[in-house]
Unconditional design. Sequence first.
Length: 150
Amino acid sequence: MTNNHDVGEVGELPENFEELKRAVNRTASWRERLDAVNELGNWDTAPTLKLLQHALNGDQVFQVREAAYRKLKQLGEDVQMPAKHKGELFKGLNKVLLRIKKSLPEGHTFEQFKEKLQKTRLDIYDTYEGNKGAEFDSWLRGIWETPARK
């Protein structure tokens, strides 16, 4: 990354900077991270740029990384468009989902499975919901419909 900002110069930070800083790191809600990135992108200061870089390079949800990229580009930063992650975003995902499925009573519904995933592993639920978008339910249903190995 190259920028033309004095690292020592802070400039004016948003009044809610600490709140935005927490929100951009909140793993339980990709929507809150996306909102924080969009708001941080309105401030051309070293600390806000650092948080946007962090979101661009480290967030698991593509929409958040893409928003950080666009905001950094608007602010004149030399950044590359992030690539979509391929494969599992969480190590052992299939094992986790199988355990959740097996923990439910025989004959449970898809909605019960989805609700249990959301309650027990909100990080997984939220990340995949953000990455899959409208395809999330059909993706999750496909996993749920796969016969459980005994």
